[in-house]
Design a protein around this ligand. Structure first.
Ligand SMILES: [Mn+2]
Length: 236
C-alpha cells in the first residue's frame, strides 16, 4: 500500500494514465497530487473529473487552481448588474493573468459540463488543501505545490499564506527542516539552476522537486514513491 506523489499534470490526461499504468497503481495505494492539474495541456477538466472519482487520490492546490477558481466562479454566473460590477480592475487582471498562463483548455472543457458538474468541479477545487504532512517508509514529508515563500525556520506551517505556498518558488539552497523532506512541484526541474539532470526528479538539501515538465516539449510526468524513494517516468 505505498504512497506516490506526482505534480503539474497540466491537462496531460494520457500521460497521467500512462504513469498510473507504469506504477501499477492499485486501489490500496495512495496518490498525492501536488496541484496544477489544470491549464496548458489538452484535458485538464477530464483529469480533474477522474481524480474526483479516485477515492485514494489526495489533491493539493496549485496556483493554476487558484487562478481558475477566481475566474470560473464569475464565468458561471449569469450576467446581472451585480456580476458586471464585480468585473473590476482586479478581476480583469486575474482573467488576463490566467489567460497568459494557459487557461483556454480548461475553459473549453469546463463549458461543456452541465451545471451540476460545473458546481461539483468548483466545490472540489475550493476544498483542496494547501499542504499535507505525510510519514512513509520511516520518513516525514511536507507536500506543497510551490514552496514556503518568505521562509523562516521559526515560522509555523499554518502561518504561510496561500500565495507563499502556491506561487513562491522553493529555495533549494535552503534546508527548510532537518527532519522533514519537502516535496514540491511548480518549478520544472529543467529550470532549476545547476541541475545536471533536467526532466528528472531533483533532490537537494532535504528538498525533492518532482515537476518534470509534462506539458513542455520532451517533458515527462514523474512519480515518486514516498515509501521507497523509487522514481517513475512517462516516456519522452
Ligand atoms: Mn504552479
Amino acid at each position: 500500500m505505498p504512497s506516490y506523489v506526482i505534480s503539474d499534470i497540466h491537462g496531460e490526461y494520457d500521460k497521467f494514465n500512462e504513469l498510473l499504468d507504469i506504477i501499477g497503481f492499485g486501489s490500496e495505494d495512495t496518490l498525492y497530487v501536488l496541484g496544477d492539474i489544470l491549464d496548458r495541456g489538452p484535458h485538464p477538466i477530464k483529469t480533474v473529473l477522474k481524480l474526483m472519482e479516485m477515492p485514494n487520490a489526495v489533491c493539493i492546490v496549485g496556483n493554476h487552481e487558484v487562478m481558475a477558481l477566481t475566474c470560473l466562479r464569475l464565468l458561471v454566473r449569469e450576467i446581472t448588474e451585480n456580476s458586471l460590477s464585480d468585473l473590476d480592475e482586479y478581476m480583469l487582471e486575474n482573467m488576463m493573468t490566467w489567460q497568459y498562463n494557459g487557461s483556454s483548455t480548461t475553459i473549453n472543457e469546463f463549458k461543456r459540463l452541465d451545471p451540476e458538474q460545473r458546481e461539483a468541479v468548483l466545490e472540489f477545487l475550493e476544498d483542496l488543501p494547501l499542504y499535507e504532512e505525510v510519514t512513509a517508509g520511516g520518513k516525514k514529508y511536507l507536500l506543497v505545490h510551490a514552496g514556503l515563500g518568505n521562509y523562516s525556520p521559526e515560522k509555523e506551517l499554518g502561518r504561510y499564506t496561500l500565495n507563499e505556498m502556491v506561487w513562491f518558488r522553493a529555495d533549494y539552497s535552503t534546508d527548510y527542516f532537518p527532519d522533514v523532506i519537502t516535496v514540491t512541484g511548480h518549478t520544472p526541474t529543467r529550470f532549476i539552476e545547476g541541475n545536471p539532470e533536467p526532466d528528472r526528479i531533483y533532490r537537494k538539501n532535504n528538498h525533492i522537486a518532482i515537476d518534470c515538465g509534462a506539458c513542455l516539449p520532451s517533458g515527462r510526468l514523474a512519480a515518486l514513491c514516498l515509501d521507497t524513494g523509487e522514481e517513475f517516468y512517462t516516456k519522452d
